[in-house]
Design a protein around this ligand. Structure first.
Ligand code: MLC
Length: 508
């Protein structure tokens, strides 16, 4: 079933109930549904066809919610983009996806003007006011004819969303997520986490990624719950809102829980948590110390679950409190199968570490325009996650994750492949070679750190200059937080870079 159709049906059942309260402004289910319909009519007017990619680069705001579901309504493919992407990054996503429509705001439109001029077939729409060279959302909505009837022309196996994920080679890959993926995962979580229309979700995550979009937004709308939406995460206002709005669910990444605990320790007046049902963590490993500290402070045991862009939500700790264990990501969700395998794809012995493989209706349809990469990512119908883990044979196969097969840094819930940052650094005229590593960080979990060797013949560059160079070209979370200049990067006799030596040397 088309996800937008499903959510529209729920909206009809809950008409006058608040669906989303965005920074204090309420939108009922009926209003949200009508806006989605109006935006869908607008997309049709702008010529959107079934399968067309529609890129959306917006800060967190209601237009994003209406647009995403309007794109799905007309059978298009939504391309949610980080609002912080720099114009050079945007160029890659627009070109790789072949998007025909681009929704953004004035600030981003003017910043990306030169890039956008390269795409002759692309039409841009600004959601705030007017801009030369772009359609104005409000003016276009005015022109939408009455009487538009939604058709939801796409179904289960059609692509609904392309979500870009950082790639090992430095080139981001567009994961094609189908309606079946979205609907089955939403239903699996509905059942496992016992969502109901009595729930009040505090939504403080970004909207452009799996966690904030599929798990939180789609999950809440599907359940008929009320979503209290904050534009930006702030630990103090999160605590206050939970108490004042009688929230029942919070979803966050470990960095958010770390900051929530720091704030808790500073607060004079502790919030009333009596309405809370569950605090859920994902997108990065939750440390045992964080799990324990949170329970000691609040009395709540965080529910950790495991997901990834390519497979949505995969496993979860049980909703029953006593079943939640630190460092474990729990058990497969309904309809999801997992295995732990050796490099030859045969099963490991029970309890041994191997690569976690998965299959089910949650697993994506492949990488956009990259059939070889897609083929490499599967073995006999199982998706190879790249995550290393083991299943506890004495606890019904409970899954624990212990590491990753490929170099990957997870910082504050975002994935960064070092190669992407190394490629940028090595584009600088003064840099001979660069190595990017993740160092432990109390706030972000891992800290993107660069170690570079400079060319002799060029004028020397300072760490600050090199970090500023990255900031012009890369979204903030990928930029090195620290940069060290050394004479030569350590290599073994075969010439292979010894990153573990760099980690040892710089972790202090
Ligand atoms: C922001 N910055 C980060 C960062 N977030 N740097 C590293 N890692 C991050 N995650 C940068 C900013 O650009 C800024 O740079 C500086 O760090 C300080 O920012 P801040 O104000 O402290 O950060 P803040 O805006 O508060 O954001 C922190 C955060 C945010 C934790 C709230 O990163 C966040 O919302 N993370 C959630 C990510 C997420 O939704 N992941 C889900 C992926 S889906 P400067 O230069 O401007 O100072 C997925 C699947 C699954 O993984 O299982 O869920």
């Amino acid at each position: 079933m088309n996800l937008a159709r499903k959510l529209s049906e729920t909206a009809h059942a809950f008409g006058a109930k608040p669906a989303v309260i965005f920074e204090g402004t309420p939108y009922t289910f009926g209003q949200v549904d009508r806006e989605i319909e109006r935006y869908a009519a607008l997309l049709k007017r702008l010529g959107a066809q079934v399968g067309d990619r529609v890129a959306i680069q917006l800060p967190k705001r209601m237009e994003f919610v209406f647009l995403e579901l309007a794109v799905l309504t007309v059978g298009g493919v939504a391309l949610p983009l980080n609002p912080d992407y720099r114009p050079e990054e945007l160029e890659y996503f627009l070109s790789d996806s072949g998007s025909s429509l681009f929704f953004t705001d004035n600030a981003r439109f003017s910043r990306a003007r030169d890039v956008l001029a390269k795409f002759s077939g692309l039409r841009s729409v600004v959601v705030d006011g007017e801009a030369d060279g772009a359609f104005s959302l409000s003016a276009e909505l005015e022109k939408v004819p009455r009487g538009y009837v939604r058709e939801f022309p796409t179904e289960d196996d059609d692509v609904a969303i392309i979500c870009y994920t950082s790639g090992t080679t430095g080139r981001s890959k567009g994961a094609m997520i189908t309606h079946r993926n979205l609907v089955s995962n939403t239903m699996a979580l509905h059942q496992s986490w016992q969502w109901s229309d009595g729930d009040v979700l505090l939504h403080a995550l970004p909207l452009f990624h799996v966690h904030g979009l599929f798990v939180a937004l789609h999950g809440g709308l599907n359940a008929g719950a009320t979503i209290i939406m904050h534009e930006k995460f702030d630990p103090v206002s999160t605590w206050e809102t939970i108490g004042e709005q009688r929230c029942t669910i919070l979803m966050g990444v470990p960095t958010m829980y770390q900051r929530l605990m720091n704030a808790w320790e500073q607060m004079d007046k502790r919030p009333d948590l009596s309405s809370m049902r569950v605090f859920i963590s994902g997108s990065a490993p939750l440390l045992e110390t964080q799990f324990i500290r949170f329970e000691q402070h609040t009395g709540f045991r965080i529910l950790e679950r495991y997901g990834m862009t390519e497979a949505g939500m995969i496993t979860s700790n049980p909703i029953e409190v006593e079943g939640r264990k630190a460092q474990s990501v729990g058990f497969p969700l309904p309809g999801v199968e997992i295995r732990v395998a050796k490099p030859d794809a045969t099963d490991v012995a029970p309890g041994e570490v191997g690569e976690v493989l998965m299959r089910g209706e949650n697993v994506f349809a492949g990488y956009w325009g990259m059939p070889e990469k897609t083929a490499e990512s599967f073995v006999e119908g199982w998706f190879k996650s790249g995550d290393l883990g083991y299943q506890d044979a004495n606890d019904k196969g409970r899954l624990y994750l212990v590491g990753r097969q490929k170099e990957l840094i997870i910082t504050g819930g975002y994935n960064v492949y070092p190669k992407e940052v190394e490629n940028i650094l090595e584009g600088h005229t003064a840099i001979l070679e660069a190595a990017v590593i993740g160092l432990p960080d109390e706030d972000f979990g891992e800290r993107v750190t660069a170690v570079v060797a400079l060319k002799e013949a060029t004028p020397a560059a300072t760490p600050d200059e090199l970090m500023a160079y990255c900031k012009e070209r890369l979204v903030g979370y990928k930029c090195p937080k620290q940069l060290f200049i050394i004479d030569r990067l350590p290599r073994n006799q075969m010439g292979k870079l010894q990153k573990n030596q760099l980690v040892e040397r710089f972790r202090q």
